[in-house]
Design a protein around this ligand. Structure first.
Ligand SMILES: *Cc1c(COP(=O)(O)O)cnc(C)c1O
Ligand SMILES: [Zn+2]
Length: 425
């Protein structure tokens, strides 16, 4: 049963039907989904949720679809990793990683938003599904389009990493590389969406797409035993994810699934593309557009569509922003892999590095609980770190050669100490 009741302008409150609409014709504000929260409260209990499959549709009463999910039946419900070794290294007591680098099927947080947008595209009768993308969105849109059998068009800037382009092309999408920035690509797609009658996940279906991002917050709360962390650090690109994490936590409080105070939600950006963090630091009401220049390409959006809502959420929750250099991003990618064995892309490095900066600055006290959103997978962007790693040691095939090598190394493994097993027994 669906409790989705249509769209409403985030700014002036005007109501709209649940169609492929995304801006208010009265004030140009963004449209967002509304629900019958009394009905949701009755249906969406902890017990009902616990009995459902571990995917993002377990919270379907708070998602803007009318019928059965069409895709995403294995998406979401990613691990919430208690990162004790990383926590010790950076001097935090309780640190968790929400690991969307292993989201199914395209290995980023985008499988949340696209599962919902693709389902709604089918419900609204579209035949073509597309997007303007910095890489991960294209990967996810082409994967889910393949599953639901829609023709797919993905528009990208012509400077993306080869791994990201390949991940879209493999599912046979039409990949159109534009000579310009993401912001140029997005403008082109906005002109095109209505004209062609196509569903663009992050443009005319944006009101539906954005709702999928709330599931990250729902899962964090459930995985923490229906409690909330004190801090959550989110990367910001177009500004979909961060405000919907806030909205997700607020909805859980509203329907009585959690009682805790709202977490402080912090924004992470690369210094080479930090319109939101600059606006926070300078007290601006809207972000000033910038021209991106950073290795964190998946979050290199100079003119974030939902920038205003990011500022609103960060300020309302008492959060802050932090921007970090490309050097800090690479170091954080390596730190995460070295301590927790998780390989993330530069967006994840950005979020972790920003978390460390917020801890250093005392914005995040060391004894408070923190969730860091790791949103993408490092295997797609290997070039970002490949020249920064030690290369394999080259040896012949004799044992002697290996022992000579080992003897030349002052490492733990080189010392011939017999390992005691079951000591004390
Ligand atoms: C898209 C994306 C984000 C966040 O994007 P928003 O547009 O702000 O929701 C973060 N990390 C990765 C890896 C992404 O692909
Ligand atoms: Zn309006």
């Amino acid at each position: 049963m669906s409790f989705f009741s249509g769209l409403q302008c985030h700014l002036c409150g005007t109501k709209f039907p649940g169609e492929a609409l995304f801006v208010c014709d009265q004030c140009l504000g963004p449209l967002e989904a509304t629900y019958d929260y009394d009905g949701v409260k009755q249906a969406l209990t902890r017990e009902a949720i616990a009995a459902r499959p571990e995917n993002l549709w377990r919270y379907r009463e708070l998602l803007p679809v009318e019928g059965a999910p069409q895709t995403g039946l294995n998406s979401g419900f990613t691990p919430l990793v208690k990162a004790d070794r990383l926590a010790r290294e950076v001097g935090l007591e309780r640190l968790y990683l929400k690991d969307d680098s292993v989201n199914h099927p395209s290995l980023s947080y985008k499988d949340r938003v696209v599962s919902v947008a693709a389902t709604r595209a089918v419900e609204l009768g579209f035949r073509v599904f597309g997007c303007a993308s910095t890489g991960n969105l294209g990967n996810s849109v082409s994967a889910h389009a393949a599953r639901v059998g829609l023709e797919c068009y993905v528009f990208i800037p012509n400077t993306l990493e080869p791994g990201k382009v390949l991940g879209t092309a493999i599912a046979d999408a039409h990949v159109i590389a534009i000579d310009g920035t993401y912001d140029d690509v997005n403008r082109l797609c906005t002109q095109m969406a209505d004209r062609n009658g196509w569903a663009f996940a992050n443009i005319n279906l944006r009101s539906y797409y954005a709702e999928g991002a709330k599931t990250l917050a729902f899962e964090v709360a459930e995985q923490l035993g229906w409690t909330l962390p004190q801090h959550l650090v989110s990367p910001v690109a177009g500004g979909t994810l961060l405000p919907r994490i806030g909205r997700g936590f607020r909805e859980l409080r509203e329907i009585g699934l959690v009682d805790d105070e709202m977490p402080k939600i912090h924004a992470a950006q690369a210094a080479g593309c930090a319109p939101v963090v600059r606006a926070l630091n300078e007290g601006l009401e809207f972000p000033e557009p910038v021209k991106p220049d950073t290795i964190a390409k998946s979050i290199a959006i100079g003119n974030p569509a939902d920038g205003f809502q990011v500022l609103e959420t960060v300020r309302a929750t008492g959060g802050a922003g932090a921007m970090v250099s490309d050097e800090q991003i690479v170091e954080a990618i390596k730190l995460l892999a070295r301590t927790e064995g998780i390989f993330t892309e530069p967006a994840g490095g950005t979020t972790l590095a920003a978390t460390l900066a917020l801890v250093e600055d005392g914005v995040i006290p060391r004894d408070e609980s923190v969730v860091v959103a790791i949103t993408g997978n490092g295997y797609k962007t290997a070039d970002a770190v490949s020249d920064r790693l030690t290369t394999p040691v080259q040896l012949g095939r004799s044992l002697k050669e290996f022992e000579a090598y080992l003897a030349s190394r002052p490492t733990e493994a080189a010392r011939k100490v017999p390992v005691k097993r079951g000591a004390g027994l």
